[in-house]
Each structure stands twice: as C-alpha cells, then as structure tokens.
Design a protein around this ligand. Structure first.
Ligand code: SF4
Length: 48
C-alpha cells in the first residue's frame, strides 16, 4: 500500500503521523457526491 500521511494521531493505526493499517476504507461524509476532500471520511478510524 502507498504511504499514507495522516495527522489524526488519536487513531489506533496512527504512528508518527503515518497510517499503519493494512488497508483503509474511505467513504462519503454524509453526502451523496463529494466535490472536496472534507466531504470524505476515513471509516477505518478507531480511537486509541
Ligand atoms: S485508519 Fe484512517 S484515521 Fe486512522 S491513521 Fe489510518 S488514515 Fe488516519
């Protein structure tokens, strides 16, 4: 998997501001069609 930089340090999968999950799932963020990045969200997030 490509390197994924992520600043959500409170996620279980975050290590040194990088994502260590074996895969991640991204979805729409309460909208049918996204036109900018804040309309998407990481479904794999899990609180530390
Ligand atoms: S699972 Fe999502 S929120 Fe958690 S570190 Fe990876 S990209 Fe960031």
């Amino acid at each position: 998997m490509s390197d994924i930089k992520c600043t959500v340090s409170e996620c279980t999968y975050n290590s040194n501001l990088a994502c260590n999950a074996p895969m991640i799932e991204i979805a729409h963020n309460n909208i049918d069609r996204a036109s900018k990045s804040d309309q998407t969200k990481c479904e794999t997030f899990k609180k530390k």
